[in-house]
Design a protein around this ligand. Structure first.
Ligand SMILES: NC(=O)c1ccc[n+]([C@@H]2O[C@H](COP(=O)([O-])OP(=O)(O)OC[C@H]3O[C@@H](n4cnc5c(N)ncnc54)[C@H](O)[C@@H]3O)[C@@H](O)[C@H]2O)c1
Length: 243
């Protein structure tokens, strides 16, 4: 088990399916976790799609621990609809949360992450950071954008010993997936079981990815062991991108 003894980590989307497992995984590694979400009594509430929310989140980490070492930018949501019908407000909302939000978080955290070598940024992208799926225009655009942003952070962070990497999970059975099933059924004219089977079928491992499998890779990227890796995108997708 990696140990992050006393390192301060901000985790966004900490009340979600992957976020809760991240909080547990980093806690077990003895990191000082500052969990951020809109929901959940265990979380500091901040809207990470806004400049204010991102600033409040960084201020809270500094207030609690007087330092900041690691950002895990994990908050996300989904709206499934065709380009022709995609609501502009939803486009803006998804882009603000998953593309602009990570930029704002990095901007607010930058002076603290670069204060000493060893700073870490990990963004949660997706298989859809590298490929596309019909009816997810905003999500795919935002996940591509955050991967580009992560690479820029890697280049700008290198002189400070700061690494920035993305993970690209495949389908995990979490609320973001559960909540899109009805729209997928309608748009694809499929039953619930057929939609789920097609998600699993897109992954050669023929199952959902477990959040713990993703959390372990994020923990590694947050640790000193990963010091040679920056600007990378690590798939945790049971082979989906190999097809
Ligand atoms: N589940 C999958 O199949 C899958 C696949 C690839 C990538 N991902 C990515 O993994 C990450 C985690 O997703 P998940 O599967 O745990 O989904 P989830 O819906 O369970 O969790 C997302 C969390 O983000 C929080 N959130 C949403 N908007 C927010 C805001 N404005 N401010 C603060 N918090 C906000 C939600 O409240 C929720 O707790 C997301 O970035 C998602 O895009 C998920």
């Amino acid at each position: 088990m990696e140990t992050l003894d006393g390192r301060v980590v901000v985790i966004t989307g900490a009340h979600g399916g992957l976020g809760r497992v991240l909080v547990e995984t980093f806690g077990n590694a003895k990191a000082l976790v500052v969990p951020i979400d809109l929901e959940g009594d265990e979380c500091f509430h901040a809207d990470v799609s806004t400049p204010e929310g991102n600033q409040q989140m960084i201020d809270e980490a500094l207030r609690r621990h007087d330092r900041l070492d690691i950002l895990v930018l994990n908050a996300g949501r989904q709206l499934v609809a065709s380009i022709a019908t995609y609501p502009l407000a939803a486009w803006d909302g998804l882009m603000d949360l998953m593309a602009k939000g990570p930029f704002l978080a990095m901007q607010a955290a930058w002076p603290h992450l670069t204060r000493q070598p060893g700073g870490r940024i990990i963004t949660v992208g997706s298989v859809l950071s590298l490929t596309a799926e019909a009816y997810k225009p905003a999500y795919v655009a935002a996940k591509h954008a955050v991967l580009g942003l992560t690479k820029v952070a890697a280049l700008e962070g290198a002189p400070y010993g700061l690494t920035a990497n993305a993970v690209a999970p495949g389908y995990m059975y979490t609320p973001i997936v559960e909540q899109q099933l009805a729209d997928q059924m309608r748009l694809r004219n499929r039953t619930r079981d057929e939609v789920i089977a097609s998600m699993i079928g897109s992954q050669p491992g023929e199952r959902f990815v477990e959040p713990a499998e993703v959390a372990r890779v994020i923990l590694f990227l947050a640790s000193a062991e990963s010091s040679g890796i920056t600007g990378a995108c690590i798939p945790v997708d049971l082979g989906a991108l190999a097809i």
